[in-house]
Design a binder for this molecule. Structure first.
Ligand code: ADP
Ligand code: FRU
Length: 310
């Protein structure tokens, strides 16, 4: 790996990143082990946190030093106020968030197993997603990178088209987390596709290399990446061969909640720093592995930077 990649969190240039996606209220119960159906058990600990894929990734990109903006929808209940507080604490600009009156904040009830560090998420939402009309009023001048969660493919396709038309020079990434109708229409446009193992499996793949070899020709991306949990990740740069990157496991897995969001932030930061794709993915794997060995995201990047100095 290059020296630039080894100096993980410290050498970043501040870039402007716009993230489009969700913010949630996460109710996290840590349990001894995942309960059987119809059981009643005591949680070992409980915390409430702001969650959501894109806002989780932005909170880490902000910790790297980037200037982050969030575009998404917000309810108007007390939980939405705590989401805004949390994003403001991270210095994330929320001025483009769209308020939906009389709505309820999307909520995830999460069982985090102390035995394995695995997280089981039950997600409730009836909040509409951001649409292309609202996105059209967000200025794109000066933005270095736009990252989409890929929810609501019909609207996302229009938003991606706008970014390509107005800011063809900006970085553009799309998360492929879950298969959704219309998703195939999103594959032409983004330069970086960040898929999850769940997405690959739903498409019938059990091997990340086979998944990427199938995906790449159906896209206009220059880089396709798939995160593969405890086995690490795999990437394919256009014109190259799929490469596996082994996981970087911590001493003990305690909290895998948001590991994929952390991984995505690591890839985006690495590419923004000009790292070659392989180095960016290696950095992301190490970052996500480190994250799995500690709770939550608070102070993560500073901690990683300190640990790589020693
Ligand atoms: P998600 O949060 O979307 O389920 P994954 O489970 O695929 O995402 O994890 C994302 C990344 O986090 C992986 O590519 C890997 O680098 C790291 N990771 C996840 N689980 C582990 C683990 N048990 N040990 C080491 N690294 C892990
Ligand atoms: C983790 C996460 C949680 C959120 C859920 C939404 O990846 O973003 O913070 O509740 O996924 O699907």
């Amino acid at each position: 790996m290059s020296d630039a990649a080894l100096n993980h969190a410290l050498t970043t240039q501040r870039r402007i990143i716009l993230g489009v996606g969700i913010a949630t209220l996460d109710l996290i119960n840590e349990v001894d082990a995942y309960p059987a159906e119809d059981a009643e058990i005591r949680a070992l600990s409980h915390r409430r946190a702001r969650g959501g894929n894109v806002t989780n990734s932005l909170s880490l990109l902000a910790q790297f030093g980037h200037r982050c903006r969030w575009a998404g929808t917000l309810a108007d209940d007390p939980a939405s106020a705590s989401i805004l507080d949390d994003l403001a604490r991270h210095g994330i600009d929320t001025s483009h968030a769209v308020r939906i009156p009389n709505a309820v904040t999307p909520t995830s009830c999460i069982a985090l197993s102390r035995a394995t560090g695995s997280r089981t998420i039950v997600h409730y939402r009836d909040l509409p997603e951001l649409d292309a009309t609202a996105f059209a009023s967000i200025p794109l001048d000066g933005i270095d990178w736009v990252h989409f969660e890929g929810r609501n493919p019909t609207e996302t396709r229009r938003m991606i088209a706008r970014v390509l038309a107005e800011r063809p020079d900006a970085g553009l990434s799309l998360e492929l987390e879950k298969p959704r109708p219309g998703m195939a229409d999103l594959l032409h446009g983004p330069r970086v596709l960040l898929a999850s193992r769940a997405y690959a499996r739903a498409a019938g793949f059990t091997d990340p290399v086979a998944f990427l070899d199938d995906l790449m020709p159906r896209t206009s991306a220059t880089l396709c990446v798939v995160a593969w949990g405890a086995e690490g990740a795999c990437y394919l740069a256009r014109g190259g061969m799929s490469q596996l990157v082994a996981a970087s496991p911590p001493e003990r897995i305690v909290d895998t909640l948001g590991a994929g969001d952390c991984f995505n932030a690591g890839v985006i930061d690495g590419l923004l720093r000009g790292l070659p794709p392989g180095d960016a993915v290696e950095c992301a794997v190490r970052l996500a592995g480190y994250k799995c060995g500690r709770y939550g995201f608070a102070g993560l990047i500073e901690e990683v930077a300190r640990s790589s100095e020693t």
